[in-house]
Design a protein around this ligand. Structure first.
Ligand SMILES: *[C@@H]1O[C@H](CO)[C@@H](O)[C@H](O)[C@H]1NC(C)=O
Ligand SMILES: *[C@@H]1O[C@H](CO)[C@@H](O)[C@H](O)[C@H]1NC(C)=O
Length: 347
C-alpha cells in the first residue's frame, strides 16, 4: 500500500474513534458498560479547595535514586532519527482507546496510581499479544501501601509500576462507569467545606469531609466474570527515562505514553482560559505537604513557535481541553522532563 493511502486510512480510523461515545468505547474494552456517564463539558475551573485536594505531597515528585535510568538502546537511536514535529499517540494507536480516556481521580491525591494504571493499560494494548483494556487504579491505590507512598497524599509512579510487575493489576474503570474487576471507588463529588466546587451543577453527590484510601479487597466486584487472581495482568520493572526531550520522544514513539511528575503552582488550575500552552508565570503552592502531580504524556507538537507536550490529566473531561492539556516543552517546565518514568507489560 502506498504511504498516502496508509495515512488516509489511519486518519479515518482515528476520526472514527473520536466519534465513538464513551459508552461505546466501554463496550469495546474487556469490561461491561451498563451505567451511563456524564459527557457534558463545561469550562468551569476548579475551586482552589478542590484543586489542592487533587495534588500530592512534593516529596513524591523526584524519581527515587534507585530507579534505573533506561540505557540508550539502539532502537532508541533509530527512533530519535524519526522524531516528527508533532505526534499524538491516540492517532498512532487508534485501537487503544485507553490512551485518550480521561480518568477522574476525584478529591484524593491518587494521581500517581491513576496515571500509572492508565499508562500500563495503554502499553498493554500497544504491545501484542494484549488488547484494549483498562487496568484498575483502585487496585494500586488501595493495595500498594507504603511501598508506593501514602495513598491520597501521594505516591511514586515508578514504585506503582514496580508493583504492577510484582503483584499485577486487575481491570477496573472509573467511579462513574463502575466496570471491570475493581472500579475506582473514591466518589466524584461537588460539595466541600460548605461551598460547591467543580463542576458546580450538582451532577455529583456531596463530598465527605475527608477522603480515606479505599480498602484493599483482593476480590472482584459482584457479577464480574472472573475472579481476582484470574484478572491480574503484569508488567516489567519501571525505568526512569533520561531527562532529555528527544529521549522522551523516542520512548513514546517506540513504546507508547509515559508518566511524568511535576510541581504544580496556583496558575496551573485555570491556565487554559488564559493561554493555550501552560508555562509557569505566577503563584505558589498553598498545600501544606507541597504541590506535586502526575500525568501521562501522550504526544507533542509546536504551536505559534511554542513547542509543547500533549498530556492527559485525571481531573475528568470538564477540566482543560476535554481533560487534556499542553505544557511547554524543552524547558523542563515545572520539572516535567526530569521525572519521566515508564514500564513495559510482561512478555
Ligand atoms: C457483559 O454482560 C453480559 C450480559 O449482560 C455477559 O454475558 C458478559 O459475560 C459480560 N462480559 C463481561 C466482560 O463482563
Ligand atoms: C480463581 O479461579 C481459578 C480458575 O477457576 C481457580 O483455580 C482459583 O482457585 C480461583 N481463585 C480464587 C481465589 O477463588
Amino acid at each position: 500500500m502506498n504511504t498516502f493511502l496508509l495515512v488516509v486510512l489511519v486518519f479515518s480510523i482515528s476520526i472514527a474513534a473520536e466519534e465513538l461515545s464513551r459508552k461505546e468505547l466501554l463496550s469495546l474494552l474487556n469490561v461491561n458498560a451498563s451505567r451511563s456517564v456524564d459527557e457534558s463539558r463545561n469550562e468551569e475551573q476548579l475551586s482552589p479547595d478542590s484543586f489542592t485536594d487533587m495534588l500530592m505531597d512534593a516529596k513524591f515528585i523526584k524519581v527515587p535514586e534507585d530507579t534505573p535510568i533506561l540505557k540508550i538502546q539502539r532502537t532508541n537511536f533509530l527512533m530519535a532519527t524519526k522524531i516528527r514535529e508533532s505526534f499524538d499517540a491516540r492517532r498512532e494507536w487508534p485501537k487503544c482507546w485507553s490512551i485518550g480516556w480521561i480518568r477522574q481521580q476525584s478529591r484524593c491525591g491518587s494521581c500517581w496510581a491513576v496515571a500509572a494504571a492508565s499508562m500500563a493499560s495503554d502499553r498493554m494494548c500497544i504491545n501484542a499479544p494484549y488488547y484494549p483494556m483498562m487496568l484498575s487504579s483502585e487496585d494500586l491505590l488501595s493495595c500498594c501501601g507504603s511501598y508506593c507512598g501514602n495513598g491520597c497524599s501521594g505516591g511514586w509512579p515508578d514504585k506503582a509500576l514496580n508493583w504492577w510487575a510484582t503483584n499485577g493489576l486487575v481491570t477496573g474503570t472509573d467511579y462513574s462507569d463502575h466496570q471491570g474487576c475493581r472500579p475506582y471507588t473514591v466518589p466524584t463529588c461537588s460539595w466541600h467545606n460548605g461551598v460547591y466546587s467543580f463542576p458546580y451543577d450538582g451532577t455529583y453527590r456531596a463530598c465527605p469531609e475527608t477522603f480515606s484510601v479505599p480498602q484493599c479487597y483482593q476480590q472482584c466486584q459482584n457479577g464480574y466474570f472472573r475472579n481476582y487472581t484470574q484478572d491480574k495482568y503484569y508488567g516489567q520493572p519501571a525505568y526512569h527515562v533520561r531527562p532529555d526531550v528527544s529521549a522522551i520522544q523516542a520512548e513514546i514513539l517506540e513504546h507508547g505514553p509515559v508518566v511524568a511528575t511535576f510541581t504544580v503552582y496556583e496558575d496551573f488550575n485555570n491556565f487554559y482560559k488564559r493561554e493555550p500552552i501552560y508555562q509557569h508565570r505566577s503563584g505558589g503552592c498553598k498545600r501544606p505537604g507541597g504541590c506535586g502531580h502526575v500525568v501521562k504524556i501522550i504526544g507533542w507538537g509546536v504551536e505559534n513557535q511554542i513547542p509543547y507536550w500533549l498530556c492527559a490529566n485525571s481531573w475528568g473531561t470538564q477540566w482543560g481541553d476535554g481533560g487534556f492539556f499542553r505544557i511547554r516543552r524543552g524547558t523542563n517546565e515545572c520539572g516535567i522532563e526530569a521525572n519521566v518514568v515508564a514500564a513495559m507489560p510482561r512478555k
